[in-house]
Design a protein around this ligand. Structure first.
Ligand SMILES: [Zn+2]
Length: 472
């Protein structure tokens, strides 16, 4: 009996009771980071500085290069480790003059924005009958050949909502429409702007092509002009004809950059917590909300952590991805370059949903790991009014190729009700940045990043890595 008791005692000494995944000190520091953020951070200053000094920074342009140089300089000044740019190739695209005019039944100029990556029209433009579709599914229902020689136009509005579900529902109208229209014989493609405003500006954004169908010119139409064309059709019937002229230039292969900066971890330096945003913006605005705000938020959160007396156990890596807007090109280049090490990456996220306040925290963690830490994380965020959310986080657009390889992700959900009034329009300007709202986001990011960089838990394997993604 005594021998057994002794053996049990020895065993207990040899195997210490399993430590809590989050120590009281880690949670205490998370709360301090949160409170410090609310007193004011560099988020607004960083974003405003970029937007004023560089402004529009379409991927693959001289402006993109200026933004990359600016980011390397500023991150170095802030004292991060190993700040660098990684160059990758991408297809170039330069917007030319663009115009559209209804020519029958009555002449009207309309406001458009050529979609990023669109081929130009032939010199002098194209003039053709416009065929209206209320939804993308209606376009899909049109028989092959039925749009021969015509311009297809999907007029579906995008609805306002908190989390961007409205945008997710219609963004394929912009991204996939030219493929499906060309498959049915169309010579041009128009889409009602994937935006939630009713102002006379058009939202740009990327268009995709497929190898097996012709590349046709594609443009977004301002919401009021879209409604005008629908009213013309309702009142006067078909045909409506329209002239579309776009002089875009496709210069071939150009270069863009991912910007990387680290805080080296004290115990597990090869395990990374990725906090990311994207560097590029569209050319028609100045990239204040998309994604200067995200850059400011993640940089400010990392800076608060860097200024602590102790280092995090894991490394924290800031990445500003290049060419997000052209289809996650920088993220895919990063994954291709670093794929041998991605299995060691602990978790990642991207801030790319504007500058309004945060309200929820989604995760995509191994369920037992989430059960062990999620309630503690929410408690640390409670003063910020962060509500519980699901375990189906996308992690942000550029996290898609990472998540598909099994990397755990989280999403700090931001109020998005007004975001798609501004997104990809000329109105994405510096006046939209609100320092207090950015600081509230920084408070969430700093606390969550610190907790995850120090948690004694394994977030892998994640549930359903190939879940449907939020499109850019
Ligand atoms: Zn974005």
């Amino acid at each position: 009996m005594r021998a057994l008791a002794l053996a049990a005692t020895l065993l207990a000494l040899a195997i210490p009771a399993r430590a809590e995944p989050l120590s009281p000190q880690v949670l205490q520091t998370a709360s301090e980071l949160r409170d410090r953020a609310l007193k004011g951070t560099i988020a607004h200053d960083f974003a405003e500085h970029l937007v004023l000094e560089v402004g529009a920074r379409k991927a693959g342009t001289a402006q993109d290069k200026r933004a990359a140089d600016w980011a390397v300089r500023e991150l170095t000044k802030l004292g991060f480790d190993n700040v660098r740019a990684e160059i990758f190739d991408m297809p170039g695209w330069v917007r030319g003059a663009e115009s559209a005019r209804i020519t029958a039944p009555f002449p009207h100029d309309i406001v458009i924005s050529g979609l990023g990556g669109s081929v130009p029209t032939p010199k002098g433009g194209i003039e053709a009958e416009v065929v209206l579709f209320k939804t993308f599914d209606d376009l899909l229902a049109a028989p092959v050949g039925s749009l021969a020689g015509k311009i297809a136009f999907v007029t579906q509005p995008t609805i306002k909502d908190q989390d961007g579900a409205g945008y997710s529902a219609t963004v394929r109208n912009r991204q996939q429409g030219a493929i499906e229209a060309a498959r049915r014989g169309a010579i041009g493609y128009l889409v009602r702007s994937i935006g939630t405003h009713m102002t006379r500006v058009a939202n740009t954004g990327s268009v995709r092509y497929a190898a097996d169908v012709p590349r046709i010119p594609a443009a977004a139409v301002s919401p009021p002009d879209s409604v005008k064309i629908e009213r013309l059709a309702a009142r006067f019937g078909q045909p409506i004809t329209l002239r579309l002229a776009m002089d875009h230039i496709l210069p071939g292969t150009v270069q863009s950059r991912n910007i990387i900066a680290d805080i080296r971890g004290s115990e597990k330096p090869n395990e990374y917590v990725i906090v990311s945003a994207h560097l590029d913006s569209w050319d028609t605005g100045t990239g204040a909300l998309d994604d200067g705000a995200g850059m400011g938020i993640v940089t400010a959160a990392a800076k608060l952590i860097k200024d602590l007396p102790q280092r995090p156990k894991r490394s924290i890596r800031i990445i500003f991805f290049g060419a997000e807007e052209f289809g996650l090109l920088g993220a895919r280049a990063y994954v291709a370059r670093h794929k041998d090490r991605l299995g060691e990456y602990f978790v990642g996220s991207q801030a790319d949903f504007g500058g309004d306040v945060a309200y929820g925290l989604q995760t995509r963690f191994h369920a037992p790991a989430r059960a062990a830490i999620y309630a503690h994380m929410l408690r640390a965020l409670a003063p910020l009014n962060i509500i519980p959310a699901d375990n189906n986080a996308m992690g942000g657009p550029d996290m898609t190729p990472f998540r598909e390889l099994g990397m755990p992700v989280f999403t700090v959900q931001q109020k998005g009700y007004d975001y798609f009034d501004i997104h990809h329009t000329p109105h994405d300007t510096v006046d939209k940045l609100d320092a207090k709202k950015l600081d509230q986001n920084v408070a969430v990011w700093a606390a969550v990043t610190w907790i995850l960089a120090n948690a004694d838990v394994d977030l892998r394997p994640i549930p359903d890595p190939t879940a449907p993604r939020r499109l850019n």
